[in-house]
Ligand binder design. Sequence first.
Ligand code: HEM
Length: 185
Amino acid sequence: MKKIHRLSSVVLAAFILPHLLNHLTAFWSGPDAHIAFMDGFRKIYRQPVVEGILLLSVVVQIGTGLRLAFTRTGRKLSFWERVQRGSGIYLALFMLIHVSAVLTGRSSGTDTNFHFAAWGVNNDPSLLFFIPYYFLGVWTFFLHIGAIRYRKVLEINRVSSPWQGYGIWAAGWGISALILAGLRV
Ligand code: HEM
């Protein structure tokens, strides 16, 4: 189960990292740059085979992740394990809602570009939902990676170096804030 989860995470990360970079362009250079970046990136991930693999990875990641998160270990979980599980559960729910919303929008003929994403964070009262929803969607991705990084270093080097984990969490917080700031128009 863990191996499959790791494999699908590699495929997903290859999409998510440029996807987040795409959202950051709105902060630095505005909506037109965001749309131009997405137009180029779509040429890759919207190819039927590539998108099929991506969407399959989303399903596999959610399924295996939830299964792992709710597996009992029979011992008290450490702080880092609890953060890894908690962030993973939020990410699974976020991806389920997010990808369903994107696919539903597309099937009804909407261009799911910058304006699709920005609508919710620029209108009252939907911003009360969309700002924390997107912020946590991005930040929990970094919380998850930071917790995994901490646990890997501990497992391999047998030393506890929490600052790497905290550093990833802090960087993720900043990236989430910049992405949200870029979506506000
Ligand atoms: C503020 C944060 C985010 C915003 C505003 C956002 C927005 C979008 C938009 C507009 C699309 C449609 C792209 C297109 O039409 O080509 C999309 C697709 C997608 N996003 Fe996000 N996203 C965010 C964060 C995330 C995160 C954190 C993940 C994963 C953990 C994620 C996973 C995906 C996936 C898997 C797709 C589907 C790609 C496809 O097949 O079309 N997104 N997102």
